[in-house]
Design a protein around this ligand. Sequence first.
Ligand code: PEP
Ligand code: MN
Length: 337
Amino acid sequence: MLIVMRKDATPGDVRGVVTAVETRGLKAHPIPGAQRTAIGITGNRGALDAPVFESLPGVMEVIPVSHAYKLVSREVKPEDTVVDVGGVRVGGSQLVVVAGPCAVESLEQTLVVARHVKEAGAHLLRGGAFKPRTSPYSFQGLGEEGLRMLAEARAETGLPVVTEAVDVEGMDLVEEYADAVQIGARNMQNFSLLKRAGRSKRPVLLKRGMSATLEEFLMSAEYVLSEGNYQVILCERGVRTFSDFSRNTLDLAIVPAVKRISHLPILVDPSHGTGRREKVAPLSRAAVAVGADGLMIEVHHDPNRALSDGPQSITPEMFAALVGELRQIAPVIGRVL
Ligand code: PEP
Ligand code: MN
């Protein structure tokens, strides 16, 4: 259920509604909007008694929310959400490019790639210090040492850092270093991790599970918001299909589908979405054209020797050329890069 406050409702009116909601054992989520404040209610099993809330001071109307996802939905918040990642705004008119290696391998590698992507125009640096690998024998990441390298690259380049937390136990550590915490495709339905991320002070970049439907994807984001963290960025990274010419099938149609029903920003990751270096640029161009709020791209200065995801990592030169193309596409659809 959604309680819409009148335009002239006072902060005291809003507090009164929150108290009324909480005394019923439910959770209130005040969402300030351009026109008025709305208060989402979660935690109820069945329908709530609307007239009780309608009679409270400052309340304009009480609207039942028809979808299972509430807080992520445009019914609750019509305006686009803009997420602040270390001063970089994700979801506004500016397209945001997140770039960097799949995994942090060494300080030198991290600095070299960070300098290149910064110079080419990236806004955020990515790199995994904890890697969720399919095989237990593959490189698992440098752990805290890797996080320190990312922090050093941030200090030098000024690029805020996006890096993955793979489990609840690792969240405290990742939060200390990251400007945004990534939750990977394999963990999209790790509900304890999602709830922990919901209690984080950091924004969350949530990647779509490799077989997740749109509804499942949004419900996972709902977990994070329901715990009080409204700073969530979605990321499409391809799904499993019968297609045999790429690692995954990049589902670009989810971008307008998300935009229609959710206020959350959505990025596209053409690196995992295709698994092939030569397909990254064409799918990046398409992602921008289709309305994505930005891209997440794997870049490595020596991809053939990368410890993880080398075949899909593009070189700094390819990255710079791609950003140049995206700068031309962006204004056509009213964005800036
Ligand atoms: C990654 O971003 O390096 C990663 C592991 O992505 P995904 O969770 O989408 O596979
Ligand atoms: Mn990767």
